[in-house]
Design a protein around this ligand. Structure first.
Ligand code: MOS
Length: 781
């Protein structure tokens, strides 16, 4: 082997079996100090330069129709107004942009300032730019807008809806290769002849992400080059999508998305606001910064679609499922076919020989919905896991035992083995921690004074997704490491797991690793969605570190002299600032680096997961949509699993519902950092309780306008809503999902807890709530 020979893959990927692994050690997030001292910079902290202008949106008060006239007279009188952008002066200066299903990057194809058409309430109708935020706001409110209004279709049950079959091109999250409408066997026949049956309808409401950091955009031009600061969880998609819309090369755009103050899917797709702000900055010849209001966030970005379900379960008297039929209906906009089609997951949770499923898009006069934490699984497992509880009740069987009877190591549709599945160990450990064996199954049987006690459970599952990624790692003679990759710190702790990976593989302290992310000029990383960042990014960082280690090792063992001369390079590791062999020989890192030229050594690595055509990671992200390469294994199926247990207390008279304690037990392959993993799962659990009991966006059926568009009326949980939370992570080794064995945990914590909570309410009261959220009026008896 010579210097020019490619390094063997086995050396790049070999685990650093040094006995000192820092991967998996509970580590505080490396940016924690910045965050708690207020020094952390978020995208919204950036104004684009020293002399920014400020933008304010005016949005449509009607949901369907057109703008007839905009009188700007009064607005123009406001001192400091610089520009007013409407359909009259924007038109085709911004291209509409393509949605994910068209290999684009937009969340919605509705192009607000392209014409006079209004497709949904709250659509952007004008952007006013002024010297100050206050002037822009004042002028925007003084625009006198005349509309020609048509009667809108708001939601399910509204007149004038358009019901379409699900488009053959899936547009949901991470399901490039999704099976459409999974089916096997004769579900209708098996259901007809089943000994025990459940046939029920369920519904979940519209929800909005409401990240604390508002939707902001700052744009600054320097000649033909554009710099954009915007909180994003998909800056590569953002760069390509914005380039399409503005008709400029993607290389001329530099996107910066430093620490992100919450995303949850809302920043995975490009919104129409960005190109409008970029155009405004060009028009006024100054940087322009837009800060959308909290209310704007409900209509200018995406949201979780309202869904309806019919679930039919057939079973034998011993609980074995014989038939599972899951039909779903999802609200979308008029032009777009966004759907999450969670039957892909809900038909793969339990063994069942006869399965059928169908998903229908219902087009209404709404903005296009989009990704929101576990987009498919959250609504579809609410329906399935509620129906399973109803089946357990009908069978007079313990709900945990019903799941045990139907547990499987191969998925039922194509008979593929799971790479690993530990659902029942999660139920067993969770049940023990919760004290489930003390449950009296009869509804309404457990009480504490005036409080009716209910205990409920449900499963969670989330697919493991890995996407193409690249990283550059630099190791300096002083033992300092820099890792660069264009991923996003959305609060999940990705910077810390990257630092742990590099520290582990290069034998340096975590504090010596600098992690650079959030910049589109860095090596590409995928959308931080689908719980894929840790798996996608850490594997490629490990690969780049392995390259450095292999180069140092080979140079050291080939040296004529030196402590490692002649040693087998595969046994040489970097540990504690030393290059060391398994048999105890070592030399300081700085000496080893001298052999490669003396300065820092740099490695660039790409990772292209199974089944993705290897045309380079950059190429993969260009023109392939944000979801490029959510590749699935052909012969196996990969999911993380878990079990939820919750206690609710319902007041006998007022029917107020409290949730004093919850236990979740999860398995998700290798856990890179138990500390941040636990807090991420805990956040999901809190969201699950909240989604069951509080959270919904309300729509006025006559006007198709949302009316609880602020954090006073859109209920998110506060500390008083949440009792004790136990989060248990069971060890699991999965050698098939990816080299490091990471499954991902971002979305696992909340899936299914909505159903567990409604199941607990049934156990407390005997009232089954099939339409979320559970509210007092639904359980009055
Ligand atoms: Mo998420 S909805 O995968 O950001």
């Amino acid at each position: 082997m010579t210097e020019a020979d490619p390094l063997p893959q086995s050396m790049l990927l070999a685990p650093a079996d040094t006995g000192k692994s820092v991967i998996g050690s509970a580590t505080s997030r490396i940016e924690a100090h910045l965050k708690v001292t207020g020094a952390a910079r978020y995208g919204s902290d950036e104004y684009g330069g020293s002399n920014p202008a400020h933008a304010y949106l005016r949005t449509s008060s009607i949901a369907r129709g057109r703008v007839v006239h905009i009188d700007e007279t009064e607005a123009r009188k406001v001192p400091g107004v610089l520009a007013i952008l409407t359909h009259a002066n924007v038109g085709d200066r911004i291209k509409p942009g393509k949605t994910f299903s068209d290999k684009g990057y937009m969340g919605s194809s509705i192009a607000p300032l392209a014409s006079d058409r209004i497709a949904h309430a709250g659509q952007i109708v004008a952007l006013v730019v002024a010297d100050s935020y206050e002037a822009a706001r004042d002028a925007a409110q003084r625009l006198d807008i005349a509309y020609a209004e048509e009667v809108p279709s708001a939601t399910f049950g509204s007149p004038g809806l358009m019901e379409g079959l699900a488009n053959p091109k899936p547009q949901g999250q991470g399901n490039d290769a999704a099976d459409e409408n999974p089916k096997v066997g004769d579900a209708a026949g098996a259901f007809a002849s089943a000994a025990v049956k459940v046939d029920q309808r369920y519904a979940t409401p519209t929800q909005h992400h409401n990240p604390i950091e508002l939707f902001t955009t700052a744009c600054a031009w320097s000649g033909n080059k554009l710099t954009v600061w915007e909180p994003s969880q998909n800056m590569y998609g953002f760069n390509y999508g914005l380039a399409d819309q503005l008709g400029i090369p993607a290389d001329d755009i530099h996107t910066l998305s430093p620490l992100v103050g919450g995303a949850f899917g809302s920043r995975g797709s490009l919104t129409q606001r960005t190109a409008i702000v970029a155009l405004a900055a060009k028009m006024v010849g100054r940087p322009v910064r837009l800060e959308c209001t909290r209310a704007d966030g409900f209509t200018i970005a995406t949201y979780r679609a309202e869904t309806q379900h019919r679930v039919r379960l057939g079973a034998r008297h011993d609980g074995k499922l014989t038939a599972l039929i899951h039909e779903g209906w999802e609200i979308s906009s008029r032009p777009d076919d966004y759907k999450v089609a969670g039957t892909d997951a809900s038909t793969r949770l339990y063994a069942c020989p006869n399965v059928d499923s169908h998903v229908t898009i219902v087009h209404a006069d709404r903005n296009t919905p989009g990704f929101m934490r576990a987009p498919p699984e959250t609504p579809y497992l609410f329906a399935l896991e509620s129906a399973m509880d109803e089946l357990a009740h009908a069978l007079k069987m313990d709900p945990v035992e019903l799941r045990r009877v139907n547990d499987t190591q191969t998925e039922p549709i194509r008979g593929l083995p799971y790479t690993s599945r530990a659902l029942m160990p999660c139920f067993d450990v969770g049940a023990a921690a919760f004290g489930w064996s003390k449950r009296d199954p009869a509804p309404g049987s457990m009480r504490d004074g005036d409080w009716l006690i209910g205990w409920g459970c449900a499963s969670t599952m989330y697919p493991t997704q890995v996407a193409p990624a690249a990283a550059r790692v630099t190791l300096s003679p002083s033992g300092r490491v820099t890792v660069q990759t264009a991923t996003h710190e959305i609060g999940q702790g990705v910077m810390t797991v990257i630092a742990l990976t590099a520290a582990d593989r290069l034998g340096v302290p975590v504090a010596h690793v600098t992690v650079e992310i959030g910049d589109s000029k860095l090596p590409p990383a995928p959308v931080s969605g689908g719980s894929n960042s840790t798996a996608s990014v850490c594997n490629v960082v490990a690969k780049a570190c392995g390259d450095i280690r292999a180069r140092l090792a080979i140079a050291a063992v080939r040296a004529k002299t030196g402590p490692l001369a002649g040693v087998d390079p595969a046994t040489v590791m970097l540990v504690d600032g030393q290059l060391a062999s398994a048999d105890g020989k070592s030399e300081p890192l700085a000496n080893a680096l001298r052999r490669l030229g003396g300065g820092a050594v740099e490695a660039y690595a790409e990772n292209v997961p199974h089944g993705v055509p290897p045309d380079g990671v950059q190429g993969l992200y260009k023109g392939k949509g944000a979801l490029a390469g959510g590749a699935k294994l052909k012969d196996r199926i990969q999911f993380a699993f878990g079990a939820h247990f919750i206690e609710v207390r319902v007041h006998r008279l007022t029917r107020e519902v409290r949730a004093p304690r919850v236990v979740g037990a999860f398995t998700a392959g290798r856990i890179m950092n138990p500390k941040t993993a636990k807090s991420q799962l805990m956040g999901g659990q809190i969201w699950g309780i909240s989604a069951a009991l509080h959270e919904a966006t309300e729509i006025d059926r006559r006007t198709a306008r949302y009316y609880n568009v602020d954090l006073a009326e859109y209920l998110v949980p506060v500390n008083a809503d949440i009792g004790t939370i136990e989060t248990i992570i069971l060890p699991e080794t999965d050698t098939q999902v990816n080299d490091l064995g990471i499954k991902g945990i971002g979305e696992l914590g909340n899936v299914g807890l909505n159903a567990a909570t409604a199941n607990a309410v049934f156990h407390a009261t005997g009232v089954r709530v099939r339409e979320l959220p559970v509210r007092i009026e639904k359980i009055l008896v």
